[in-house]
Design a protein around this ligand. Sequence first.
Ligand SMILES: Cc1ncc(COP(=O)(O)O)c(C=O)c1O
Length: 410
Amino acid sequence: MNQNVISYPKEGIAKAVQKFETPFFIYEEARLRANCRNLKAAFVKYFPDFQPMFAVKANNNPVVLQIIKEEGFGFDCSSESECWIAKKLGANGTYTGNYTPSKTLKFAKDCGMLLNLDDISNVAMLAEIGVPETISFRINPGIGKGGMESVITAGPDAKFGVPFEKAGAAYQLAKDAGVRHFGIHMMTGSNVLDEEYFGKTVEKLLEIVAMVKNQSGVEIEFMNIGGGFGVPYRPEEKSLDLEKVAKLIKETFDKQCAKLGIKAPRLVAEPGRFIAADMGFLIGKVVVIKEGYKKFIGIDAASNDMPRPSIYGAYHHVSVLGKDDGKKEIVSVVGSICENNDQFAKDRELPICEIGDTLVIHNCGGHAFAMGHHYNGKLLHAEYLLQENGELRMIRRAETFEDLYKTTEV
Ligand SMILES: Cc1ncc(COP(=O)(O)O)c(C=O)c1O
């Protein structure tokens, strides 16, 4: 359902490169809206009251968020600032933090967010901040899966969620504290391309719903299955068949609810990557070509702009604008940060590059700019929206030196 990773809006990018200084991010509005609609359609077919939320951590640009909101999504927030922007945009949302102090829980609650608690110890804080009518718990169902080790967020090694064996006690405690309505949440890993996996985790979570009912009498009214819907990063990877995922989840609901004697909870999901990744591209120009022990193509973007390759060793497809069919050679594409992991692509076969060529780094709309940082005193760059009408709109200006130092005494 996602586009193949090798496709990109060549004309729009060429126009942007003529108009704006590189590096920059460019986001395709049409693709963003299509991703939202595809996800909703797949689930609504089987779950008419399905509620999609967008994981703001994937892309927090307010214009991007506004588009996603227009497509009928709420927001899942993981920090106070994400709650703040969700409130400012008038969106409904959840707060899913971890190791959260009561100050942050209060802030999230005051922003109107539904609190999704990561630990039993959060229950004691509810009395301090005012017990909400409704909460959910993030449960660690004991199993996790991800596109790579570092994005597995459940199982015995994960720091997230209430271990499922303690779920009954957690809901009992919250009920005793005065909470009246309950949901259950899981987020077991990111970038999963195996449809069957979603059926398996939902099966387990429904068992936990039944266990909670038996142990505490709490009826769980909604189930948030988190995000994790993968997208292809490599040309040989297939897209996740979301229709198949939704159908499998529905079959699992029907089977488990009948077997366990529970009422089907309302389905919620909070994807980030599936909605945003393939609508965005990081654009940089070749500034230095070094014939070292290897051939290095140095570009004006660096890993601070999009840290996934440097922190996870993640693969991102790279194209050379206008040279798709050119002669190729093996090179490494690097930035100018003083770390050897500042490499967008290692030993990759790419069309032969010259100084001034434009490189397009794919899948940079989600968990990309949002992960950016300032190491080496690097500034963060602009974000542009390629609107549905073909026009370009600046949706975040590039930072200045003054921006970098504005919180200091300089
Ligand atoms: C709690 C939570 N929900 C949703 C997401 C979104 O995940 P993805 O981008 O894989 O869909 C994340 C990502 O880390 C997360 O931590």
